[in-house]
Design a protein around this ligand. Structure first.
Ligand code: PLP
Length: 406
Protein backbone atom coordinates (compact mmCIF):
# COMPACT_ATOMS: atom_id res chain seq x y z
CA UNK A 1 0.00 0.00 0.00
CA UNK A 2 2.98 2.33 0.51
CA UNK A 3 3.57 2.35 -3.26
CA UNK A 4 -0.12 3.14 -3.79
CA UNK A 5 0.03 6.03 -1.28
CA UNK A 6 3.10 7.44 -3.04
CA UNK A 7 1.27 7.24 -6.35
CA UNK A 8 -1.81 9.00 -4.90
CA UNK A 9 0.49 11.68 -3.50
CA UNK A 10 1.69 12.67 -6.96
CA UNK A 11 -1.76 14.08 -7.74
CA UNK A 12 -1.36 16.77 -5.04
CA UNK A 13 0.84 19.70 -6.07
CA UNK A 14 0.91 21.35 -2.63
CA UNK A 15 2.55 18.31 -1.05
CA UNK A 16 5.71 19.08 -3.03
CA UNK A 17 6.39 22.25 -1.07
CA UNK A 18 8.72 22.78 1.82
CA UNK A 19 7.99 24.32 5.21
CA UNK A 20 10.76 25.91 7.30
CA UNK A 21 13.22 24.55 4.71
CA UNK A 22 12.05 20.96 5.29
CA UNK A 23 9.82 18.72 3.16
CA UNK A 24 6.24 19.07 4.33
CA UNK A 25 4.59 16.13 6.13
CA UNK A 26 0.96 17.21 6.27
CA UNK A 27 -0.93 15.45 9.06
CA UNK A 28 -3.80 17.91 9.52
CA UNK A 29 -6.26 16.18 7.23
CA UNK A 30 -9.10 16.10 9.74
CA UNK A 31 -9.05 19.92 9.60
CA UNK A 32 -8.85 20.02 5.81
CA UNK A 33 -7.42 17.85 3.05
CA UNK A 34 -5.20 19.01 0.21
CA UNK A 35 -6.64 19.15 -3.31
CA UNK A 36 -5.70 16.93 -6.24
CA UNK A 37 -4.84 18.41 -9.64
CA UNK A 38 -8.22 17.22 -11.01
CA UNK A 39 -10.04 19.50 -8.52
CA UNK A 40 -7.74 22.47 -9.18
CA UNK A 41 -8.30 22.00 -12.93
CA UNK A 42 -12.09 21.73 -12.60
CA UNK A 43 -12.34 25.00 -10.64
CA UNK A 44 -9.85 26.78 -12.91
CA UNK A 45 -11.64 25.55 -16.01
CA UNK A 46 -15.01 26.67 -14.68
CA UNK A 47 -13.78 30.24 -14.15
CA UNK A 48 -11.92 30.32 -17.48
CA UNK A 49 -14.67 28.81 -19.63
CA UNK A 50 -18.08 28.80 -18.02
CA UNK A 51 -18.41 31.35 -15.22
CA UNK A 52 -21.95 32.67 -15.16
CA UNK A 53 -24.84 32.83 -12.74
CA UNK A 54 -27.11 29.80 -12.60
CA UNK A 55 -30.86 29.19 -12.99
CA UNK A 56 -31.85 32.65 -14.17
CA UNK A 57 -30.19 33.07 -17.55
CA UNK A 58 -31.25 32.24 -21.07
CA UNK A 59 -27.80 32.73 -22.53
CA UNK A 60 -25.45 29.85 -23.30
CA UNK A 61 -22.98 30.39 -20.46
CA UNK A 62 -25.71 30.54 -17.85
CA UNK A 63 -27.24 27.38 -19.18
CA UNK A 64 -23.88 25.61 -19.19
CA UNK A 65 -23.20 26.74 -15.63
CA UNK A 66 -26.67 25.60 -14.54
CA UNK A 67 -26.17 22.23 -16.17
CA UNK A 68 -22.76 21.79 -14.53
CA UNK A 69 -24.11 22.81 -11.13
CA UNK A 70 -27.06 20.42 -11.34
CA UNK A 71 -24.77 17.67 -12.63
CA UNK A 72 -22.63 18.19 -9.51
CA UNK A 73 -25.76 17.68 -7.41
CA UNK A 74 -26.38 14.36 -9.20
CA UNK A 75 -22.79 13.29 -8.53
CA UNK A 76 -23.31 13.95 -4.81
CA UNK A 77 -26.63 12.09 -4.94
CA UNK A 78 -24.91 9.03 -6.41
CA UNK A 79 -21.99 9.29 -4.00
CA UNK A 80 -24.34 9.22 -0.99
CA UNK A 81 -26.81 6.83 -2.67
CA UNK A 82 -29.67 9.27 -2.06
CA UNK A 83 -33.04 8.47 -3.63
CA UNK A 84 -33.48 11.89 -5.28
CA UNK A 85 -31.18 14.70 -6.39
CA UNK A 86 -33.56 17.24 -4.83
CA UNK A 87 -32.66 15.75 -1.44
CA UNK A 88 -29.16 17.21 -1.90
CA UNK A 89 -28.85 20.82 -0.69
CA UNK A 90 -25.60 22.66 -1.31
CA UNK A 91 -24.37 24.55 1.75
CA UNK A 92 -21.11 26.20 2.81
CA UNK A 93 -20.20 23.09 4.76
CA UNK A 94 -21.23 20.86 7.64
CA UNK A 95 -21.67 23.81 9.97
CA UNK A 96 -24.18 25.54 7.73
CA UNK A 97 -25.99 22.24 7.06
CA UNK A 98 -26.48 21.62 10.80
CA UNK A 99 -27.60 25.23 11.33
CA UNK A 100 -30.12 24.89 8.51
CA UNK A 101 -31.75 21.86 10.14
CA UNK A 102 -31.47 23.31 13.66
CA UNK A 103 -33.18 26.56 12.67
CA UNK A 104 -35.91 24.59 10.89
CA UNK A 105 -36.51 22.39 13.92
CA UNK A 106 -36.46 25.47 16.15
CA UNK A 107 -39.26 27.04 14.12
CA UNK A 108 -41.39 24.06 13.24
CA UNK A 109 -40.69 21.08 15.49
CA UNK A 110 -39.39 21.94 18.96
CA UNK A 111 -41.88 22.62 21.73
CA UNK A 112 -41.17 23.95 25.20
CA UNK A 113 -39.03 21.49 27.19
CA UNK A 114 -38.21 19.19 24.26
CA UNK A 115 -35.00 17.19 24.19
CA UNK A 116 -32.42 16.09 21.66
CA UNK A 117 -29.68 13.49 22.04
CA UNK A 118 -26.03 14.16 21.13
CA UNK A 119 -22.83 12.34 22.03
CA UNK A 120 -20.13 13.76 24.29
CA UNK A 121 -17.70 13.72 21.36
CA UNK A 122 -19.66 16.14 19.15
CA UNK A 123 -17.87 18.98 17.41
CA UNK A 124 -19.10 22.41 18.56
CA UNK A 125 -20.89 22.72 15.22
CA UNK A 126 -23.20 19.89 16.24
CA UNK A 127 -23.89 21.39 19.68
CA UNK A 128 -24.10 25.18 19.44
CA UNK A 129 -26.61 25.35 16.53
CA UNK A 130 -29.04 23.31 18.66
CA UNK A 131 -28.49 25.58 21.65
CA UNK A 132 -29.16 28.65 19.49
CA UNK A 133 -32.22 27.16 17.80
CA UNK A 134 -33.69 25.72 20.99
CA UNK A 135 -32.92 28.51 23.48
CA UNK A 136 -36.41 30.01 23.57
CA UNK A 137 -37.97 26.52 23.95
CA UNK A 138 -35.56 25.58 26.75
CA UNK A 139 -34.34 22.68 24.65
CA UNK A 140 -32.41 20.14 26.71
CA UNK A 141 -29.45 18.28 25.20
CA UNK A 142 -29.01 14.79 26.60
CA UNK A 143 -25.55 13.36 26.17
CA UNK A 144 -24.37 9.86 25.23
CA UNK A 145 -21.17 9.11 27.14
CA UNK A 146 -18.20 7.16 25.75
CA UNK A 147 -16.42 4.16 27.26
CA UNK A 148 -12.67 4.03 28.01
CA UNK A 149 -11.92 3.26 24.34
CA UNK A 150 -13.91 6.29 23.22
CA UNK A 151 -16.86 4.35 21.82
CA UNK A 152 -20.42 5.59 22.23
CA UNK A 153 -22.06 3.82 25.18
CA UNK A 154 -25.01 2.21 23.46
CA UNK A 155 -26.76 1.12 26.64
CA UNK A 156 -26.82 4.67 27.95
CA UNK A 157 -27.94 5.86 24.53
CA UNK A 158 -30.96 3.56 24.52
CA UNK A 159 -31.94 4.82 27.97
CA UNK A 160 -32.01 8.52 26.96
CA UNK A 161 -35.25 8.44 24.96
CA UNK A 162 -38.56 9.66 26.29
CA UNK A 163 -41.68 11.30 24.87
CA UNK A 164 -39.89 14.68 24.67
CA UNK A 165 -37.05 13.41 22.45
CA UNK A 166 -37.30 15.12 19.05
CA UNK A 167 -33.97 14.33 17.38
CA UNK A 168 -30.68 12.47 17.63
CA UNK A 169 -27.77 14.55 16.28
CA UNK A 170 -24.59 12.49 16.24
CA UNK A 171 -21.26 12.30 14.53
CA UNK A 172 -20.37 9.50 12.12
CA UNK A 173 -16.73 9.73 13.25
CA UNK A 174 -15.12 11.72 16.05
CA UNK A 175 -12.54 14.28 14.94
CA UNK A 176 -10.67 13.79 18.25
CA UNK A 177 -11.02 10.14 19.25
CA UNK A 178 -11.43 8.84 15.73
CA UNK A 179 -14.27 6.58 16.89
CA UNK A 180 -16.62 5.58 14.08
CA UNK A 181 -20.09 5.40 15.59
CA UNK A 182 -22.44 2.47 14.86
CA UNK A 183 -24.68 4.77 12.89
CA UNK A 184 -27.00 2.12 11.52
CA UNK A 185 -27.78 0.77 14.99
CA UNK A 186 -28.09 4.32 16.38
CA UNK A 187 -30.63 5.13 13.67
CA UNK A 188 -32.52 1.86 14.16
CA UNK A 189 -32.93 2.58 17.88
CA UNK A 190 -33.99 6.20 17.26
CA UNK A 191 -36.53 5.15 14.66
CA UNK A 192 -37.99 2.56 17.05
CA UNK A 193 -38.91 5.64 19.15
CA UNK A 194 -40.08 7.53 16.00
CA UNK A 195 -37.19 9.98 16.42
CA UNK A 196 -35.28 11.22 13.35
CA UNK A 197 -31.46 11.26 13.16
CA UNK A 198 -29.03 13.84 11.82
CA UNK A 199 -25.59 12.39 11.12
CA UNK A 200 -22.58 14.71 11.08
CA UNK A 201 -20.48 13.19 8.32
CA UNK A 202 -17.71 15.83 8.37
CA UNK A 203 -15.10 13.19 9.24
CA UNK A 204 -17.05 10.09 8.25
CA UNK A 205 -17.50 11.04 4.60
CA UNK A 206 -13.83 10.31 3.85
CA UNK A 207 -13.34 7.23 6.03
CA UNK A 208 -16.67 5.41 5.56
CA UNK A 209 -18.59 4.23 2.52
CA UNK A 210 -21.87 6.03 3.11
CA UNK A 211 -25.24 4.96 1.81
CA UNK A 212 -27.91 7.22 3.28
CA UNK A 213 -30.74 4.95 2.19
CA UNK A 214 -29.13 1.86 3.66
CA UNK A 215 -28.45 3.77 6.88
CA UNK A 216 -31.97 5.17 6.69
CA UNK A 217 -30.73 8.46 8.15
CA UNK A 218 -33.00 11.47 7.99
CA UNK A 219 -30.26 14.08 7.57
CA UNK A 220 -26.59 13.72 6.64
CA UNK A 221 -24.13 16.64 6.50
CA UNK A 222 -20.60 16.91 5.19
CA UNK A 223 -17.99 19.46 4.10
CA UNK A 224 -16.34 19.16 0.70
CA UNK A 225 -12.97 20.38 1.93
CA UNK A 226 -12.52 17.33 4.15
CA UNK A 227 -12.76 15.02 1.15
CA UNK A 228 -10.33 16.69 -1.29
CA UNK A 229 -12.80 19.36 -2.54
CA UNK A 230 -12.54 23.17 -2.19
CA UNK A 231 -13.50 25.06 0.95
CA UNK A 232 -16.86 26.82 1.08
CA UNK A 233 -18.95 23.99 -0.35
CA UNK A 234 -20.76 21.29 1.59
CA UNK A 235 -23.90 19.24 1.56
CA UNK A 236 -27.05 18.68 3.51
CA UNK A 237 -28.82 15.48 2.55
CA UNK A 238 -32.36 15.31 3.91
CA UNK A 239 -35.16 12.86 3.30
CA UNK A 240 -37.72 14.48 1.03
CA UNK A 241 -40.48 14.30 3.65
CA UNK A 242 -38.31 16.20 6.15
CA UNK A 243 -37.10 18.84 3.69
CA UNK A 244 -40.70 19.43 2.62
CA UNK A 245 -41.70 19.88 6.24
CA UNK A 246 -38.94 22.31 7.30
CA UNK A 247 -39.31 26.04 6.58
CA UNK A 248 -36.74 27.89 4.41
CA UNK A 249 -33.45 28.72 6.14
CA UNK A 250 -32.60 32.02 4.45
CA UNK A 251 -34.62 34.31 2.22
CA UNK A 252 -33.46 35.71 -1.12
CA UNK A 253 -33.23 34.99 -4.80
CA UNK A 254 -33.85 31.51 -6.20
CA UNK A 255 -35.66 30.17 -3.12
CA UNK A 256 -38.99 31.76 -4.05
CA UNK A 257 -41.85 30.87 -6.36
CA UNK A 258 -43.61 34.24 -6.14
CA UNK A 259 -42.85 37.32 -4.07
CA UNK A 260 -45.41 39.89 -3.05
CA UNK A 261 -45.29 42.42 -0.24
CA UNK A 262 -48.20 40.64 1.43
CA UNK A 263 -47.25 37.07 0.76
CA UNK A 264 -44.38 35.07 -0.68
CA UNK A 265 -44.47 31.47 -1.81
CA UNK A 266 -41.40 29.28 -1.91
CA UNK A 267 -39.63 27.30 -4.60
CA UNK A 268 -39.62 23.50 -4.69
CA UNK A 269 -36.75 21.38 -3.38
CA UNK A 270 -33.79 21.75 -3.42
CA UNK A 271 -34.00 25.46 -4.30
CA UNK A 272 -36.17 26.34 -1.30
CA UNK A 273 -32.98 25.98 0.79
CA UNK A 274 -30.51 27.63 -1.58
CA UNK A 275 -31.10 31.38 -1.32
CA UNK A 276 -28.89 33.67 -3.38
CA UNK A 277 -26.06 32.96 -5.79
CA UNK A 278 -24.62 29.56 -4.91
CA UNK A 279 -20.99 28.48 -4.89
CA UNK A 280 -21.07 27.06 -8.41
CA UNK A 281 -17.30 26.65 -8.73
CA UNK A 282 -17.28 24.93 -5.33
CA UNK A 283 -19.97 22.48 -6.41
CA UNK A 284 -18.02 21.71 -9.58
CA UNK A 285 -14.85 21.26 -7.51
CA UNK A 286 -16.75 18.93 -5.17
CA UNK A 287 -17.96 16.92 -8.13
CA UNK A 288 -14.37 16.62 -9.39
CA UNK A 289 -13.20 15.50 -5.93
CA UNK A 290 -15.89 12.83 -5.58
CA UNK A 291 -15.19 11.60 -9.11
CA UNK A 292 -11.46 11.50 -8.30
CA UNK A 293 -12.25 9.40 -5.21
CA UNK A 294 -14.52 7.08 -7.15
CA UNK A 295 -12.12 6.66 -10.06
CA UNK A 296 -9.42 5.43 -7.69
CA UNK A 297 -11.94 3.59 -5.52
CA UNK A 298 -12.95 4.92 -2.11
CA UNK A 299 -12.48 1.50 -0.53
CA UNK A 300 -8.84 1.44 -1.60
CA UNK A 301 -8.26 4.98 -0.33
CA UNK A 302 -9.82 4.01 3.01
CA UNK A 303 -7.62 0.90 3.26
CA UNK A 304 -4.52 2.99 2.56
CA UNK A 305 -5.47 5.36 5.41
CA UNK A 306 -6.36 2.56 7.81
CA UNK A 307 -3.11 0.74 7.22
CA UNK A 308 -1.11 3.92 7.75
CA UNK A 309 -3.07 4.77 10.91
CA UNK A 310 -2.26 1.31 12.32
CA UNK A 311 1.42 1.76 11.39
CA UNK A 312 1.60 5.24 12.93
CA UNK A 313 -0.17 4.02 16.09
CA UNK A 314 2.53 1.37 16.57
CA UNK A 315 5.27 3.92 15.90
CA UNK A 316 3.90 6.45 18.36
CA UNK A 317 3.43 3.85 21.09
CA UNK A 318 7.23 3.49 21.19
CA UNK A 319 7.51 6.95 22.73
CA UNK A 320 7.74 6.93 26.53
CA UNK A 321 4.95 8.94 28.12
CA UNK A 322 2.83 9.09 24.97
CA UNK A 323 -0.86 8.43 25.53
CA UNK A 324 -3.32 7.88 22.71
CA UNK A 325 -6.86 9.17 23.33
CA UNK A 326 -9.37 7.00 21.49
CA UNK A 327 -8.76 3.33 20.76
CA UNK A 328 -12.13 2.42 19.28
CA UNK A 329 -12.38 -0.86 17.37
CA UNK A 330 -13.57 1.04 14.28
CA UNK A 331 -11.47 4.14 13.88
CA UNK A 332 -11.04 6.97 11.40
CA UNK A 333 -7.54 8.02 10.32
CA UNK A 334 -7.07 10.20 13.40
CA UNK A 335 -4.63 9.79 16.29
CA UNK A 336 -4.98 12.18 19.22
CA UNK A 337 -2.26 11.98 21.81
CA UNK A 338 -0.56 13.70 24.71
CA UNK A 339 3.15 13.47 25.39
CA UNK A 340 3.84 13.28 29.11
CA UNK A 341 2.95 16.58 30.72
CA UNK A 342 4.11 18.66 27.79
CA UNK A 343 1.57 21.13 26.48
CA UNK A 344 0.21 20.04 23.07
CA UNK A 345 0.91 23.51 21.62
CA UNK A 346 4.61 23.27 22.59
CA UNK A 347 4.88 19.85 20.96
CA UNK A 348 3.03 20.97 17.80
CA UNK A 349 5.09 24.16 17.49
CA UNK A 350 8.41 22.35 17.82
CA UNK A 351 7.64 19.66 15.26
CA UNK A 352 6.28 22.27 12.85
CA UNK A 353 9.85 23.58 12.62
CA UNK A 354 10.82 20.09 11.48
CA UNK A 355 8.22 20.19 8.68
CA UNK A 356 5.55 18.17 10.49
CA UNK A 357 2.06 19.73 10.40
CA UNK A 358 -0.27 18.51 13.14
CA UNK A 359 -3.15 20.22 14.94
CA UNK A 360 -3.15 20.95 18.65
CA UNK A 361 -5.77 22.12 21.13
CA UNK A 362 -9.36 21.20 21.90
CA UNK A 363 -10.29 20.59 18.24
CA UNK A 364 -13.67 22.35 18.74
CA UNK A 365 -14.66 19.64 21.23
CA UNK A 366 -14.46 21.40 24.59
CA UNK A 367 -17.16 19.26 26.29
CA UNK A 368 -15.15 16.14 25.38
CA UNK A 369 -11.93 17.70 26.72
CA UNK A 370 -13.73 18.47 30.00
CA UNK A 371 -14.77 14.83 30.32
CA UNK A 372 -11.28 13.58 29.46
CA UNK A 373 -9.84 16.09 31.94
CA UNK A 374 -7.25 17.49 29.55
CA UNK A 375 -6.91 20.94 27.92
CA UNK A 376 -6.20 19.46 24.51
CA UNK A 377 -4.27 16.94 22.47
CA UNK A 378 -1.85 16.78 19.58
CA UNK A 379 -3.75 15.34 16.63
CA UNK A 380 -2.19 13.64 13.63
CA UNK A 381 -4.77 12.85 10.98
CA UNK A 382 -4.08 11.06 7.74
CA UNK A 383 -5.17 10.99 4.14
CA UNK A 384 -4.42 8.42 1.47
CA UNK A 385 -1.42 10.50 0.29
CA UNK A 386 0.49 10.24 3.57
CA UNK A 387 3.32 7.72 3.72
CA UNK A 388 5.14 5.55 6.24
CA UNK A 389 8.24 7.57 5.47
CA UNK A 390 6.43 10.68 6.73
CA UNK A 391 5.18 8.98 9.89
CA UNK A 392 8.76 7.82 10.58
CA UNK A 393 9.79 11.47 10.32
CA UNK A 394 7.00 12.43 12.72
CA UNK A 395 8.26 9.88 15.23
CA UNK A 396 11.83 11.19 15.16
CA UNK A 397 10.57 14.81 15.30
CA UNK A 398 8.57 13.91 18.41
CA UNK A 399 11.64 12.26 19.96
CA UNK A 400 13.62 15.45 19.34
CA UNK A 401 10.80 17.59 20.75
CA UNK A 402 10.68 15.40 23.82
CA UNK A 403 14.42 15.86 24.39
CA UNK A 404 14.15 19.62 23.87
CA UNK A 405 11.24 19.91 26.31
CA UNK A 406 13.16 17.89 28.89
N1 PLP B 1 -18.13 18.08 12.57
C1 PLP B 1 -16.96 17.47 12.72
C2 PLP B 1 -16.90 16.09 13.32
C3 PLP B 1 -15.78 18.12 12.31
O1 PLP B 1 -14.61 17.52 12.47
C4 PLP B 1 -15.88 19.42 11.75
C5 PLP B 1 -14.68 20.16 11.37
O2 PLP B 1 -13.58 19.89 11.79
C6 PLP B 1 -17.15 20.00 11.60
C7 PLP B 1 -18.25 19.30 12.03
C8 PLP B 1 -17.33 21.35 11.01
O3 PLP B 1 -16.97 21.34 9.66
P1 PLP B 1 -16.91 22.72 8.83
O4 PLP B 1 -16.07 23.65 9.64
O5 PLP B 1 -16.28 22.31 7.53
O6 PLP B 1 -18.30 23.20 8.67
Amino acid sequence: MEAFRKQVREAFPLLQRQVHGKPLAYFDNAATTQKPQAVLDAVDNYYRQTNSNVHRGVHALSQEATEAYEQARKTVQNFLHAAHSHEIIFTRGTTEAVNLVAQGFGKSVFQEGDEIICSVMEHHSNIVPWQLAGADKKLRIRVIPVNERGEADMESYASLFNEKTKLVAITQASNVLGSITPLKEIIRIAHSHSVPVLADGAQGVKCCLTDVQELDCDFYCFSGHKIYAPMGIGVLYGKEKWLEKLPPYQGGGDMIQHVGFDKTTFNSLPFKFEAGTPNVAGAIGLQAALQWVENIGQEKLIRAEEELTAYATKQLQQLPGLRIWGTSARKAAVISFTLGHHHPTDVGTLIDFMGIAVRTGHHCCQPLMDVLGIPGTVRASFAAYNTQEETDRMLSALQTAQQMLG
